[in-house]
Design a binder for this molecule. Structure first.
Ligand SMILES: *[C@@H]1O[C@H](CO)[C@@H](O)[C@H](O)[C@H]1NC(C)=O
Ligand SMILES: [Fe+2]
Length: 494
């Protein structure tokens, strides 16, 4: 997994990267208060989820606009280990998979990276984590409806494919196992690895290789605020041997490093660049995909800003090639962040201004927008536990017709596990009072007129985007606000 800062304790981090007093007090206080606050305050969104979590349309919606919009892809051929036939999903012969695939209406979510991992033991009980395959169909009403779920990767008699036409609890249990796999995949891959551990590498490489007078330092340092300390805390309290993940998550404990290693080897440059990622997943024209719509606009805004600033300092590609500090920054990221894996597609050096601009855009996007997209909604979607169980304590049904409300309740985590999980999500979704929003640069590192003008224009674009998203909110049952520019933090700080 990516290398991390060598600091034994929080206090051994350099003073300039520490939390402010305000942030320390709030954070440490709220960790203890988390539980009671969860009980005292009843936020609105988990109530919405409580009402709708069983609905197929809401289940489908979350693959696009929930906390993990990173997995769904358009499906043009069925994987050979997912033998769904037309007769199973189009009961009245009204269409066929082939035809619907041709129209671009079939989507797949595959948790294969979770297959066969060693799961946790919680309260003395073995926990279960599946590696499901989910097939979805976009209806003429533009809803994304799950049409088939297989919970384990290898087709077998004791691994039935579930359908919406099965008994209420067979189908619901299948969806619950998917939501639990999603909780684990989201936390370790989308959130921890990509939106915390990578930003730490960007940060350490910057501090180590780039002097304060360098334009790259001035451009990036605001996007590294609090990242080293929050990651230190995550290592200390969340993913440590006796941390929160060991207490609440199916992926916690011994298996976690193996899971992270698998995610690590699947991490590519294109999957970190939203435009390439959306294209690769074939999602350019899926309706009601707000993560994509807002994310692409934010990427474009950030790109224009980064391009303006860097083109002002680097007039030619030769200047990029000759900047040894810049080159050391990217080569350290390749080595320590991607463990020198060439197949990741991460550049090992920069040969042009354009290449540097794209990479720096990805860094700012990942540390701000992408982290917000996978972080801010955690309590909204996970606050009602059945919608996102961090672990399950019974295996899934091996044949149909054996489930009931009672088996569902026995499968859910214990009450104390649930409460601990809710408190953690609550804490991680809370905005702190010294939050700095995307594009706000209170430290004024740049003194020249051109970069200052570019900052102003960047902020004007963000303001327009904010108004546009506000307008959209009026027409939505469930507003998507995680990428509203004033809700996006400048750095990975929580
Ligand atoms: C959590 O709940 C389980 C099941 O009710 C119980 O066995 C266990 O002792 C509890 N753990 C703690 C720390 O209270
Ligand atoms: Fe986070």
């Amino acid at each position: 997994i990516p290398h991390c800062i060598d600091a034994e304790e929080e206090s051994s981090l350099p003073p300039e990267v520490h939390f402010s007093c305000t942030k320390s007090i709030e954070f440490n206080g709220s960790q203890k208060q988390g539980l009671s606050e969860v009980v005292l305050q009843v936020p609105l969104f988990p109530e919405y989820v409580q009402e709708h979590w069983k609905e197929d349309a809401f289940f489908g919606y979350q693959f696009l606009n929930g906390v993990n919009p990173m997995l769904i892809r358009r499906c043009t051929t069925l994987p050979s280990n997912f033998p769904v036939t037309d007769g199973m999903v189009f009961l009245r012969g009204q269409s066929s998979l082939k035809e619907e695939m041709k129209k671009g209406n079939i989507f797949l979510v595959d948790y294969k990276l979770l297959d066969g991992v060693k799961t946790n033991t919680i309260n003395g009980k073995k926990q279960y984590l599946m590696a499901p395959l989910v097939l979805l169909h976009k209806t003429p009403e533009d809803e994304l409806m799950p049409i088939a779920i297989q919970l384990k990767q290898t087709p077998a008699d004791d691994n039935p494919i579930f359908f919406p036409t099965d008994s209420e609890y067979d189908w619901l249990m299948a969806k619950i196992f998917v939501r639990s796999a999603d909780w684990n995949m989201h936390q370790l891959n989308a959130h921890l690895l990509r939106a915390h551990l990578l930003p730490e590498v960007f940060t350490v490489s910057l501090l180590r290789n780039v002097p304060m007078v360098h334009p790259l330092y001035k451009l990036l340092i605001p996007h590294t605020r609090y990242t080293l300390q929050i990651n230190h805390m995550a290592r200390d309290r969340l993913i440590s041997e006796d941390g929160v993940f060991k207490e609440i998550a199916a992926c916690g404990g011994e298996g976690m490093i193996e899971i992270l290693r698998r995610f690590m080897s699947s991490m590519t440059y294109s999957s970190l660049c939203i435009k390439d990622d959306i294209a690769k997943r074939g999602l350019e024209d899926v309706p009601n995909f707000y993560y994509r719509d807002d994310g692409l606009r934010l990427w474009k805004s950030i790109h224009r800003f980064v391009q303006g600033v860097l083109r002002y300092y680097y007039k030619t590609d030769a200047e990029v090639k000759e900047d040894s500090e810049l080159q050391k920054w990217i080569s350290d990221i390749f080595v320590h962040g991607f463990l020198s894996r060439e197949s990741s597609g991460i550049p090992q050096s920069f040969t042009s201004v354009a290449e540097m601009v794209k990479f720096v855009t990805m860094v700012i996007f990942t540390c701000s927008a992408q982290h917000a997209a996978v972080n801010s909604g955690q309590y909204d979607y996970g606050g009602w536990m059945p919608n996102a169980p961090s672990s399950l304590q019974l295996p899934p049904p091996t044949k149909k017709g054996t489930t009931s409300e009672a088996t569902m309740l026995e499968t859910f985590p214990d009450v104390n596990t649930t409460a601990n999980g809710m408190a953690a999500l609550w804490l991680l979704s809370k905005q702190s009072s010294d939050f700095v929003r995307l594009g706000d640069y209170p430290e004024e590192h740049f003194t020249e007129e051109t970069p200052r003008k570019l900052i102003k224009e960047f902020n004007e674009r963000l303001e327009r985007l904010k108004m546009r998203i506000k307008d959209r909110e009026k027409n939505l049952k469930v507003p998507y606000t995680y990428l509203k520019p004033d809700m996006v933090e400048n750095s990975v700080a929580i």
